[in-house]
Design a protein around this ligand. Structure first.
Ligand code: GRF
Length: 204
């Protein structure tokens, strides 16, 4: 499946997906990396390995999210994209794009949803004193950090953790679960029933 990755920053999850897709048996091909920020570090990394890149700078669409999203949609169509993976894409998307890509757009969030939606998840996990934290790959729905969950990965929270050390532990898990989730979706193994995603096997 021709897959686009949408990023805003360093793109370490993007790199993990690209690495997985290098395997000839992997069912998704990373055909495009698109950023809303021209200076996103991940763009350079993608270009280095020969992947097409595009920039749709949200600042060129002041106050007009619909035009911004229409521009994204147009580029995705130009590249004949079939699946979209958000990986540190820091713009909230409206139903215009979300509905157009319903069932074909996934996201990774650095927390065990439905806990800790939004930003600063690691700080809040420490403040709340949770003993388990982690990351979630989910289908994108119109609500932020919501939508049927495909895979989660959990890590322990240690007494010695700072937001930084916890973020690093969660990031390792992100890099494992995101390629697995994209693989399941690209193979058509995921079945959404209500809020649940059944993926045809009980192996994590
Ligand atoms: C990750 O923690 C991801 O879960 C969150 O933003 C961060 C992006 O990191 N949505 P990277 O750009 O993939 O390195």
């Amino acid at each position: 499946k021709r897959t686009a990755i949408l990023i805003s920053g360093r793109g370490s999850n993007m790199t993990a997906l690209i690495a997985a897709a290098m395997n000839p048996d992997y069912p998704a091909e990373i055909a495009l990396v698109l950023s809303n920020r021209p200076d996103a570090k991940g763009l350079e990394k993608a270009a280095e390995v020969g992947i097409a890149t595009a920039v749709i700078d949200h600042r060129e669409y002041p106050g007009d999210r619909q035009a911004f999203e229409k521009a994204i949609d147009t580029v995705l169509k130009e590249h004949k994209i079939e699946l979209v993976a958000l990986a540190g894409f820091m713009r909230i998307l409206t139903p215009l794009l979300v509905n157009a890509w319903s069932g074909r757009m996934i996201n990774i969030h650095p927390a065990l949803l439905p806990c800790f939606r939004g930003l600063a998840t690691h700080e809040r996990a420490l403040e709340e004193g949770v003993k388990l934290h982690g990351a979630t790959v989910h289908y994108v729905s119109a609500e932020m950090d919501d939508g049927p969950i495909i895979i989660q990965g959990a890590v322990p929270v240690l007494d010695s953790d700072t937001p930084e050390t916890l973020a690093a532990r969660v990031l390792e898990v992100e890099h494992k679960i995101y390629p697995k989730a994209l693989e399941l979706v690209a193979r058509g193994k995921t079945k959404v029933t209500g809020a649940r995603v059944l993926s045809g096997g009980d192996e994590p």
